[in-house]
Structure formats: structure tokens, C-alpha cells
Design a protein around this ligand. Structure first.
Ligand SMILES: Nc1ncnc2c1ncn2[C@@H]1O[C@H](COP(=O)(O)OP(=O)(O)OP(=O)(O)O)[C@@H](O)[C@H]1O
Ligand SMILES: [Mg+2]
Length: 413
């Protein structure tokens, strides 16, 4: 892999191919090595040219981009594929990722977004290949330690809404602050953020939207000025007050914000949005740890399974993702052991279901890890916090009580 990034462009519209070629011509580290007008030609050219990155349109007359991506993943596995589409729907994105694409750009995109995606895919592929080549046992596995003076970014994610992301993110941040960590909490549910409500913060407080005019430069002091302090010590960056502002927040901007936040905090907790779009993917990418939340509902378990497949396609190391079972309740008809065997992974943490404590805290605007630290639900989140900040966690997760049983939750499998 050389220093310059070799790019193949695939699009059926000649003007788009020319435009992208010209745009990338300005970048000193990118070489456009070829252009194809359809899926069939793309597969043929990619095998010959061995590009590092393929920019792939989805809708093309001869062979669509998703099929071409599937073929390329098998035949030229080292090429990272960036999908381009006017449709930004979650289903398109998911299908692309499962076919083997590494990034997804929704047209029209800016030249910044384009070059950032290309560089990111290139870097990720490079790191993945290094990991594969790394001898096992040399300094632990996976987690790709960056120069670890910077803080840790932990994103609470779930492909489904309403599973407790905000509840866990807020209480986790408060628990970590209580353990002496410098904690930032980013509400990245940009359209309908609830973090301010759970912490009872003034709805007229500043938010991430106040920095949009300075999105490109983003000085650390400006960021400090829009963060709100909570009595627990957590510094909060709120979501915009009105949903339409969310559209102005680009993924490049969010990345910059997170990079800045990790510079002066030990832990950056991110509450996220269940939608698989570019910004979410960028957040997941830059995160050190993803807490993938699920509950004991079959639709939820199915979504987490698909998410794990996508994460695998994205080249995330296994230990970047921790599975957190929220609202674990023995009376729901699905057993933890069944979930584990269905998704083929062990649940890393369990948080009990305790509607009384959780909803009471929500309605008062005081996180339960603060107001009711003795409750089991608080203890569960504190244990999660300790495991993330590297303190001894005390009692480890109890093994599932049920006898292990090979049973699929999904009757059709
Ligand atoms: N461990 C728990 N026990 C009982 N209730 C819980 C628990 N965790 C979350 N809840 C409840 O589940 C509901 C959804 O929680 P929350 O708003 O945190 O989820 P979310 O994933 O952030 O949802 P959204 O998709 O709306 O952002 C809330 O009513 C919350 O009080
Ligand atoms: Mg939420």
C-alpha cells in the first residue's frame, strides 16, 4: 500500500465521473486511476487496476452498485468501497454495508466530505491489514490503542429506538464523573435530543448548534463556551433546540467536535441516534468503545445481529463493541442464554429493569445514579462505568443461570 490513494470512480453519468475526477485532481495524496460507467466494467477494471478505494454509484443500468460491491468484496478484497447514492435510506445503507461497502455518501456531498471519506476508508483498510498481519499475542488484541493520553470516546448505540440509550448515556456519564473522571456528554441525537431533559437543564442553554458558524475552525475555547455544566461535574454539549437545525450539522463537524472533546476529558460519552446514516457511522468509527444496547425483544435482537454484521464489514475489532442488555427482566419470555446463542456473542453487561426508579428519576430530572445510588439499576451502571474507566469492577457478571441450550430465537433459521 503506497502513500498515495488510488481511486476508481464508478458512475453511469459521464458528467459525474468528470466532475469527481476534477475534484480529486486537486488532492495531492489522491490519484484517480480509472473510471467505469457501470458495475460490470467496474469489476473488470478493479481487478486489473487494484485501486485502494472505489467510489461506487448505486443505481446503474447494467449491474447495480450493490451487486458490483458484492463481487468486488470477493474478488478485490483490499479495495475499500465508498457508496454514493441520492437515496439515504437506512435500508440502502444497510444493504450496501452488508455487501461490503465501507462508507456511504448521500448525493449531493461536498468535496470535503468526499475526500474525508476516501482517506478514512483508506486508513481503516490499512489498519485492518496491519491487524491481520500482526502476530497474535503482541501487546494484546484489537483495540488499536491510539496515543492514549487523549480521552476515551464511548458511544451508546442501538439500531432501534426506545431501548434506553439516553438513560444509560446520562447515568453512565454521571457515574464516571462521580468516580473522579473528567467527563463530557455529547447529545448526538441531534433532532430530538433528550439529554437536557434527563438532566433538567435549561432548554434555552447553548447547544452544538451555536457553533455551526465556526464549524470549519472550531477553537477549543468556543467549544468550552457552549458546554453546560451539570452539578455532577459532567460537561454537556446539548443537541440543537429545533429539529431542522440538525440538518446543518455535518459529519466532519461532529468528528472535529469529538476530537476536541477527547483532548481535555478522560471520557466522552455520546448518546446517539438509531439511524444508520453517515454521521452515526462517523461517530461509531471514531469511538473507542461502542455500547450496543439491546433489550429482550425479538425485533431488537434481530437488529443487533444485523448491526454486528455491519460492524464486522466495517472492520471494527470485536472488543470495540460491548453488548449491553438493558431492562433485563426474567419474566419476558426470552432467556439471556438464548439471546447469546442467537447472536453468537456473549452479553458483556446487564442492567436490570426498574421502571419505578428510572421513570421517577426521569420525571424529576435527577439521574438515578446520583439520587438513588443504592438501587440495583444504579449499581449496574456504575459497574459498567468502572469497567470503562479501568477500575476493578468487583463481582463479575454472573453467568447466565439457564443451562446453555442451542436454540435459535428465529424460527426461520
Ligand atoms: N433499565 C430500565 N428499566 C426500566 N425502564 C427503563 C430502563 N432503561 C430505560 N427505561 C425506560 O425506557 C424508555 C426509553 O428510554 P430512553 O429514552 O433512555 O431510550 P432511547 O433509546 O434513548 O430512546 P429514543 O429512541 O427515544 O432516543 C424510557 O421510558 C425509560 O425510562
Ligand atoms: Mg434517546
Amino acid at each position: 500500500m503506497s502513500d498515495r490513494i488510488r481511486v476508481l470512480i464508478v458512475d453511469d453519468i459521464p458528467e459525474t465521473r468528470d466532475h469527481l475526477t476534477k475534484l480529486l485532481g486537486f488532492e495531492s495524496d489522491i490519484d484517480v486511476v480509472g473510471a467505469a460507467a457501470g458495475g460490470v466494467e467496474a469489476v473488470e477494471l478493479a481487478q486489473r487496476l487494484e485501486p485502494d478505494v472505489v467510489l461506487m454509484d448505486i443505481n446503474m443500468p447494467d449491474m447495480d452498485g450493490i451487486t458490483a460491491t458484492e463481487q468486488l468484496s470477493a474478488r478485490v478484497p483490499k479495495a475499500g468501497i465508498v457508496m454514493m447514492s441520492v437515496q439515504g435510506e437506512a435500508d440502502y445503507l444497510r444493504r450496501s454495508m452488508l455487501a461490503g461497502a465501507r462508507e456511504f455518501l448521500v448525493k449531493p456531498f461536498s468535496s470535503d466530505e468526499l475526500t474525508m471519506s476516501i482517506r478514512q476508508v483508506f486508513r481503516r483498510e490499512h489498519e485492518r491489514q496491519q491487524r491481520v498481519a500482526e502476530p497474535v499475542g503482541a501487546g494484546g488484541r484489537g483495540a488499536a490503542p491510539l496515543e492514549r493520553e487523549a480521552g476515551r470516546i464511548v458511544t451508546v448505540f442501538s439500531p432501534k429506538g426506545g431501548v434506553g440509550r439516553t438513560t444509560v448515556a446520562v447515568n453512565l456519564a454521571v457515574a464516571a464523573a462521580g468516580a473522579g473522571q473528567r467527563v463530557a456528554l455529547l447529545d448526538a441525537s441531534f433532532q430530538f435530543g433528550d439529554v437536557g431533559v434527563l438532566l433538567n437543564l435549561n432548554p434555552r442553554s447553548k447547544s452544538i448548534a451555536d457553533l455551526i458558524p465556526e464549524m470549519e475552525s472550531l477553537e477549543p475555547e468556543s467549544l468550552e463556551n457552549v458546554m453546560v455544566s451539570h452539578s455532577s461535574g459532567v460537561r454537556v454539549l446539548l443537541a440543537p433546540p429545533s429539529p431542522e437545525t440538525a440538518e446543518l450539522i455535518t459529519s466532519a463537524y461532529v468528528r472535529r467536535v469529538l476530537e476536541r472533546l477527547r483532548e481535555n476529558h478522560d471520557l466522552v460519552v455520546v448518546d446517539s441516534w438509531p439511524w444508520f446514516h453517515e454521521t452515526t457511522l462517523n461517530i461509531l468509527d471514531i469511538s473507542d468503545t461502542i455500547l450496543a444496547l439491546l433489550t429482550l425483544e425479538i425485533t431488537n435482537i434481530k437488529s443487533i445481529r444485523l448491526f454486528l454484521e455491519v460492524a464486522d464489514q466495517l472492520g471494527y475489532p470485536d472488543d470495540k463493541i460491548k453488548l449491553v442488555l438493558n431492562r433485563a427482566d426474567a419474566a419476558l419470555g426470552i432467556r439471556v442464554a438464548d439471546v447469546q446463542s442467537s447472536i453468537g456473542r456473549k452479553i458483556d453487561h446487564t442492567i436490570v429493569s426498574d421502571g419505578r426508579t428510572v421513570v421517577y428519576a426521569l420525571n424529576r430530572g435527577v439521574p438515578f445514579t446520583l439520587s438513588n445510588p443504592e438501587a440495583q439499576v444504579s449499581r449496574d451502571i456504575m459497574r459498567l462505568a468502572r469497567s470503562l474507566i479501568g477500575e476493578p469492577v468487583g463481582t463479575t457478571e454472573a453467568p447466565p443461570k439457564q443451562p446453555a441450550q442451542r436454540k435459535s430465537l428465529f424460527a426461520w433459521r
